[in-house]
Write a protein that binds this ligand. Sequence first.
Ligand SMILES: [Zn+2]
Ligand SMILES: [Zn+2]
Length: 123
Amino acid sequence: MIMHECSHVGCTELIPFNVRYCEKHKKQKAHEVIQSHKRNDKFWGFYQSQQWRKTRNAYMDGHPWCEECLRNGRHKLATSVDHIKPLKLCDENEQLSFDNLQSLCPSCHNYKTRQEQKSYINK
Ligand SMILES: [Zn+2]
Ligand SMILES: [Zn+2]
């Protein structure tokens, strides 16, 4: 087996040539990736917050049907609460304002997400 040193600066642990880090630093690197992902996704914390969960549940209680389907005369149970104005464009009040929320079923939610991604790519 060809061995080389761990790629972590200053680590001299010998490891097989086909892995980059020793056991210890492999764990550390994986942890760093998760941390930077959380930092980059600034809405990650928002969707985990008590405030949002409460608002979302309260809204769903009052709006159990998919609002997009209702507009088209269909009754489908909603499974998610969507921000009409995308979260990244909302100020703090709008993030939790019922006026900016709508209940959506999975297919309408997927459709809207796709549309938003498309318009994002086009810009
Ligand atoms: Zn190492
Ligand atoms: Zn729907």
